[in-house]
Design a protein around this ligand. Sequence first.
Ligand code: NAP
Length: 246
Amino acid sequence: MTILILGGTAEARAFAQTLVDRGRPVISSLAGRVSAPALPAGAVRIGGFGGPSGLQEFIVLQRISAVVDATHPFAARMSQHALIATTAVGCPLVRLDRPGWRGHQLAGQWTWVADTDEARAAAALAERPFLTTGRQSLANFLRWEDREVLVRVVDPPSFELPRRWQLIRSRGPYTYPAERQLMVDHATDVLVTKDSGGGHTSAKLDAATSLGIPIVIISRPAQLAGVASVATVAEALRWLEAVPYP
Ligand code: NAP
């Protein structure tokens, strides 16, 4: 009767803690993308499963009774694999997806785009972008080598960044005054980000808006059809309590 949480987010950690507090057996799975990740309560495994078949095998071997996909909103491949594997073995699956920032949109100039190519195009005239789209996307912005780009990532990229770029390594959460000061000091003229959602990193949106800095924001991947979806840990718990166990 073990619950598998596909994690890597604050919500996944909160859910693991909730289950541990209730004495429910839980295994959290992390991709292993970041060094020294914040570890959830309970058992943890780290690294890919080897595709949907590997995950399917894991579910069977570990006698997993339900899977909670609480991966990052942009980890679309893992979510797809979770759907394939759980469908194959008849294991209940729910997506725990924190709300995105469409509802957060304040008065200001927000441009929603589909991907990094569109983000580059939308910010084509900027000279001092503040880039917070994640380490894995940085290669797509390297043609901005002549611009004064401020990049913020958790772990540094594996390649050298252009000489004029300034790299900040940090994990958040961030506060409004500090975000505002950072953008003032850098003289940011566009914030390029993605719709990660949640409150940990949303202060930059308010700070940019208050400074009149346009925001270019990459939309989330489409939700998978046929997967139950909840937005909070409490809803995930209610879903779990309604799962019929064999
Ligand atoms: P992805 O493209 O959906 O996943 C790629 C592969 O990583 C999966 O096929 C799986 O490998 C493995 N994987 C992902 N999440 C896993 C988990 N929780 N447990 C075990 N294996 C996992 O996701 P991604 O490459 O991690 O990230 C894609 C996007 O999400 C990027 O935009 C990134 O910035 C953002 N993001 C992800 C995380 C995260 O913790 N994953 C955190 C912050 C941001 P196998 O096929 O071998 O099972």
